[in-house]
Write a protein that binds this ligand. Structure first.
Ligand code: PMP
Length: 403
């Protein structure tokens, strides 16, 4: 029956993580997977999450199926978090939001929706992007192309080349954009660049698809939602609001990875359109997994809605952001001392969990084999895997192969 089934090569990042677990060396360092570890090298359980979980458990309520679109309180809370509580896009009812199984689930439901309702549209992702973007959209039957993004020469964005490509895209092309903390490079668009890109998107009738997986890890919860709000305020030449998608995640920001909490929101022209779009998102969900799980979404809703827990969460997220920043500085300090004259400022200017080191695959292999330091072969490191006990060793190992 299954003679022709081919071996799955595995996911490069997840396989690397498995190899790390098996490595017997005591001083091994894992900078491969996109997970936030605390200074003791553990995945934190946030106090806000602990308290929300307690509140949810103490309700002692039955566990019915949720509706296809998820829990109403969670979906409302997500809209307020992304767009701002009183944003007219929210109050007018023109946003269709579903609770999703991680933001991956949201990205996939959105991809299926696009394949069904905008069948001629191709998807354009940044060069480079999170590998799974391509797999997900191709898996939904869509063609995926790239637009210029990262500039290895400057460590910045090839913004003019990006605009040149975007300007030439056929109307209704889907443009996948990282709202903040670009994975894998850590290089984000500035506000000025968003302000130049968005009118072009509106004018060319393109469909932006924001991926917001790291809200709060860049400059702050509100600050990192800049692109969402700028798009929500943008108008097409005919005066209608710009339509767009945003898939957001609580995996990192609430350290809820395995609870699989995220959402997909679609900004529509008006409430009637949002109603129809929501209906088709529900149908897409029904055909894949029927409805999302209750537990994680309720933790998210309680944290976002309960002022004391909300404040505690914002503090905890701020602490994670600051710790990553401190690790960037420590890494930069040791590397600069070891490699005088080298421009290493990109470690400081890049945002979020990831940095692109510019190392090639051979250097990455040497780091793993000779120093027990694991990172992705593209040269991406997860800065959140560094801590006060390993940062010096990691920097020395990096310097050894960068010399
Ligand atoms: N988008 C990006 C850019 C990511 O890095 C990730 C997680 N690695 C995701 C989406 C998916 O996150 P999740 O499904 O856990 O919400």
């Amino acid at each position: 029956m299954f003679e022709s089934v081919e071996t799955y090569a595995g996911d490069p990042i997840l396989s690397l993580n498995d190899d790390f677990q098996k490595d017997p060396r005591p001083n091994k360092i894992n900078l491969s997977i996109g997970i936030y570890f605390d200074d003791a090298g553990r995945i934190p359980v946030l106090e806000s999450v602990r308290r929300a979980e307690h509140a949810v458990a103490s309700r002692d309520t039955p566990k019915p199926y949720l509706p296809m679109e998820g829990a109403a309180n969670m979906r409302r809370a997500v809209q307020r978090l992304l767009f701002g509580a009183e944003h007219p896009a929210v109050t007018s009812g023109r946003i269709a939001t579903i609770q999703s199984i991680g933001s991956s689930g949201g990205l996939k439901v959105g991809a299926d929706f696009i394949a069904r309702w905008l069948p001629g549209s191709a998807v354009w992702v940044s060069d480079p992007t999170w590998d799974n973007h391509r797999s997900m959209f191709e898996g939904a039957g869509l063609n995926v192309n790239t637009y210029p993004y990262y500039d290895p020469a400057t460590g910045g964005v090839r913004f003019d080349a990006m605009l040149d490509t975007v300007r030439e895209l056929p109307p209704r092309s889907v443009v996948l954009l990282h709202a903040c903390c670009h994975n894998p490079t850590g290089v984000d668009l500035t506000r000025e660049q968003w302000d130049r890109l968005i009118p072009l998107i509106a004018e060319r009738d393109l469909l932006p698809y924001l991926d917001l997986a790291y809200q709060g890890f860049g400059d702050g919860i509100e600050e990192d939602a800049y692109a969402v709000r700028a798009l929500a305020g943008a108008r097409r030449p005919d005066g209608k609001p710009v339509a767009f998608f945003v898939a957001n995640s609580f995996s990192k920001s609430m350290s809820l990875y395995g609870e699989r909490c995220g959402a997909l929101s679609v900004a529509c022209a008006d409430a009637a359109e949002a109603d129809r779009v929501l209906g088709q998102l529900k149908f897409a969900v029904r055909r894949i997994y029927s409805s999302p799980p209750i537990h994680g979404g309720q933790i998210v809703a309680v944290i976002l809605d309960e002022p004391e827990l909300r404040a505690r969460w914002e503090d905890e997220l701020g602490g994670m952001r600051e710790r990553i920043r401190a690790m960037r500085q420590a890494l930069h300090r040791v590397l600069s001392a070891q490699l005088p004259g080298r421009d290493l400022d990109y470690f400081l200017t890049q945002r979020g969990m990831f940095s692109y080191t510019g190392l090639g695959a051979a250097q990455v292999d040497r780091l793993r084999e000779e120093h027990g330091l694991y990172m992705v072969r593209s040269g991406r490191i997860c800065v959140a895997g560094l801590n006060t006990s390993n940062v010096e060793a990691a920097a020395n190992a990096l310097a050894a192969v960068m010399r």
